[in-house]
Design a protein around this ligand. Structure first.
Ligand code: SAM
Length: 299
């Protein structure tokens, strides 16, 4: 059918940055000229017709509105940090989730935003600055080399780990999946580079284990915008024994969300998957939780 060929987003999402403007005020201003709906899951998320380009809209330029897809809003929602916590965004640039965390914490507590890449850190500074997120401290560092016994880092209560991934959940909306697969023998049909996925998965497992080793962390969210089981359920499964030994169990984030993890191990239905579609990028979320009374030795 013709509709199948007309592949592309049907709606555009924008998140109201509550550090800068109230949702009702933003809605009132937008509705003067645009058809705007309120998303029923993510607080402050609005939908607009897909053909509206908001990049140069004054509310975007002044940081009142953040151009952020719905799926990308879910990891911070799943982490649900308390307002006065010290929170670590481990792989932070360009920083959309960083400033969402800052807003969820009502500008209080502290969000430590760690980023390794020299160029991307500039984007992170810009995002934090324009969003007015004064409770964010940017750290230009390798997350894996952080000292978990540092006086501030040893107080981290929640970690958002959104590491580098294949991005395969976003290609659907970029039409790449319709391109013929490469002749490169390391690639499967559809253009999946098995070696690259394996390398990414190794990093993801190392980073997730490290996140779970912070001494008083109570909540860790692991997220990717990948659809590959190797970067998602398999990463969680590989660290599960380590997580249990450190007092963590898998939480069931955003319970009203129907799509859950592939049932490849017991408890995988706690995981959250977003199937890529015309409206949302493919995403994966795992939440590890432990009781505040349980602490772990960090050596
Ligand atoms: N959470 C971000 C957001 O919502 O805007 C997107 C993060 S992106 C998927 C992953 C980021 O991790 C990249 O900017 C990459 O440079 C960074 N990164 C990769 N390895 C890292 C490391 N060892 N330490 C810190 N950051 C790292």
């Amino acid at each position: 059918p013709a509709a199948d060929c007309n592949f592309g987003p049907r709606v555009r999402y924008v998140r109201v940055n509550s550090l800068k403007i109230e949702v009702d005020k933003a809605l009132e201003m937008l509705r003067e000229t645009l058809l705007v709906e309120v998303d029923d899951l993510v607080p402050g998320l609005l939908t607009l017709p897909a053909d509206i380009d908001l990049h140069t809209h004054s509310l975007v330029l002044n940081g009142s509105l953040i151009l952020q897809g719905k799926a990308s809003c879910l990891p911070a929602l799943a982490l649900a940090p308390e307002a006065d916590w010290v929170v670590l965004d481990a792989c932070a640039a360009p920083g959309n989730k960083t400033v969402q965390l800052a807003a969820l914490m009502q500008g209080r507590g502290q969000v430590l935003a760690c980023e390794l890449n020299e160029k991307r850190i500039k984007r992170l500074y810009e995002t934090v600055d324009v969003a007015g997120a004064s409770n964010v401290k940017v750290m230009h560092q390798d997350f894996l080399k952080l000292d978990v016994n540092d006086p501030v880092l040893s107080q981290v209560k929640a970690i958002l780990l959104d590491p580098s991934c294949s991005g395969s959940g976003t290609v659907y909306r970029r039409l790449d999946h319709l391109l013929p697969s490469s002749a490169n023998s390391s690639k499967e049909p559809g253009g999946v580079d098995a070696q690259r996925i394996q390398k990414l998965a190794n990093f993801q497992k190392t980073a997730l284990r490290f996140a779970l080793s912070f001494p008083v962390v109570e909540r860790v969210v692991y997220s990717t915008c990948s659809v590959h089981q190797q970067e998602n359920e398999d990463v969680v499964s590989a660290v599960l024994d380590f997580a249990h030994d450190n007092g963590f169990r898998l939480g069931h984030p955003i319970p009203q969300w129907q799509q859950r993890g592939l049932p490849v191990f017991e408890g995988a239905t706690n995981l959250l998957r977003v199937k890529p579609s015309e409206e949302m990028d493919g995403f994966f979320i795992a939440l590890f939780e432990r009781n505040s009374s349980v602490t772990v030795s960090s050596d």
